[in-house]
Design a protein around this ligand. Structure first.
Ligand SMILES: Cc1ncc(COP(=O)(O)O)c(C=O)c1O
Length: 441
């Protein structure tokens, strides 16, 4: 039997006439391993019936293992390809690449955008470290744009002010799944020949003026980390692009530049560098994702729209209750143009009207047993930035809304998978806490 059919794509599986098993040099997962995985994903919560049900599964898995074949392609196989096809279709993007996480997906986008030491990247002052990890690691300069107080997303007006001759990229972040105002960002990028990478870590399934978040910029993509709206068994990322110079390079960019379209003498492949948008060479890393990760994404992807609808209903409920209390600023609702993913509920207050700031409110909410986390802080305040020579106080002066909003006005609340009773408790507790502050309690 020829192995040719199976040998494309990954040299480690190109086995020959000796009939070495397909996975060639790795160990199989056996029935006991699969049982352990079932137990891991569906652990005993102490409810009646678990032990009996698990004993049945165990018996069935052990029977199955005796007659089943074995999964032998565990990374970068058909599941990864399927997940990418599903992503291309859903997001309307020409190219998609499934990576081990979104931090790595962004690294690929930064490389193909041609970012190098000394270049400037404009991004919001409020995000997660992952957005700026790669630029920092190569000595590019992060220029922080101030946030729009209504959405806590980067403010295009401030982006405009911060563009210099050294700017190469703008990185909008759809924080909490709320769409960034992309039109002015794309217009600025066009005018100044900049690349835009959307960090849509929270934005999977959201829309802006009829376009899917993540598929508007030159690059964009999503995190499938365990806390996101959907996940791929803990870690994962999807990178999208419509750029023809970049799309065909994505498989090589994900796996160390291995190039099966070329061979060096007496060897199975060549290693090709990446060519960035300026025609310069970039070196690929290994950002490969497993078949199990991709399967995990595919399974939850089918539920994404339904999950977002539930989250939207929860956000609308929070808005309806909280809008009754003066001083609480409710979340910007979806409109015909902007359709968020409601990853987190953005709670803002007017400290004057509430007679206290968000720090005091957060304490009260914690006392009432609420999970409230100001998920994202001013990036320029971290030690790493000071150590790299960034002056936090000087940057803070250029980001007044970030300072004011972060220290006095906003936090995030969870929306999903809260039960109706939990949601009601949460909304009521926020109102009570604000009333206590107003009463000086
Ligand atoms: C805004 C933002 N960007 C990027 C990331 C990185 O995603 P990942 O954890 O998949 O690498 C995250 C993850 O939480 C995030 O919140």
């Amino acid at each position: 039997m020829s192995n040719k059919k199976n040998s494309g794509g990954d040299f480690r599986y190109a086995v020959g006439a000796a009939k070495v098993p397909w996975h060639a040099v790795g160990e199989y997962y056996n029935g006991q391993d699969v049982e352990a995985m079932v137990k891991f994903l569906l652990p005993d919560g102490g409810k009646p019936g678990y032990k009996e049900a698990f004993a049945e599964v165990k018996g069935a898995v052990s029977k199955l293992a005796k007659c089943a074949n074995r999964a032998t392609k565990l990374t970068l196989g058909t599941q990864v390809a399927n997940a990418e096809e599903a992503a291309k279709k859903y997001f309307g993007a020409k190219y998609a690449c499934f990576t081990c996480n979104w931090t790595n997906g962004m690294e690929i986008a930064y490389k193909l955008s041609g970012l190098k030491a000394g270049d400037e990247v404009i991004m919001p002052a409020i995000t997660f470290i992952a957005t700026m990890a790669y630029p920092l690691s190569i000595g590019a300069k992060i220029v922080f744009a101030d946030i729009d107080p209504e959405t806590c997303n980067l403010d295009p007006k401030d982006v405009k002010k911060k563009i210099t001759a050294k700017t190469k990229m703008i990185v909008p972040v759809h924080l909490g799944g709320m769409p960034v105002d992309m039109d002015p960002i794309m217009a600025l990028a066009k005018k100044h020949n900049l690349f835009v990478m959307e960090d849509a870590a929270h934005g999977m399934g959201g829309c802006y003026k009829g376009r899917m978040l993540g598929a508007i910029g030159h690059f964009g993509g999503f995190s499938l980390h365990e806390v996101k709206n959907i996940n791929s068994l803990g870690e994962g990322g999807v990178l999208l692009t419509n750029e023809d110079f970049a799309g065909p390079q994505l498989p090589g960019a994900r796996f160390l530049g291995l190039d099966f379209t070329r061979k060096i003498k007496d060897w199975l492949y060549d290693i090709s560098p990446l060519t960035d948008r300026f025609g310069n060479i970039q070196v690929a890393q290994n950002c490969s994702a497993t078949e199990i990760q991709a399967l995990g994404m595919e399974l939850q992807f089918k539920r994404l729209d339904k999950i977002i609808a539930q989250r939207r209903a929860a956000a609308e409920y929070m808005n309806a209750v909280l809008s009754q209390e003066p001083g609480i600023l409710t979340e910007k609702p979806d409109t015909a143009d902007t359709y968020g993913t409601h990853h987190l509920y953005l709670l803002r207050i007017d400290p004057k009207k509430c007679k206290g700031d968000i720090q005091q409110l957060a304490k009260k909410l914690a006392e009432k047993g609420l999970t409230n986390i100001t998920h994202f802080g001013p990036m320029y305040r971290f030690k790493i930035m000071a150590d790299l020579g960034y002056n936090a106080d000087a940057i803070a002066k250029t980001c007044p809304n970030t300072e004011r909003m972060f220290y006095t006005s906003y936090t995030h609340l969870p929306l999903y998978p809260l039960t109706k009773a939990q949601l009601e408790y949460q909304a009521k507790a926020v109102v009570e806490a604000v009333r206590e502050m107003k009463a000086g309690k």
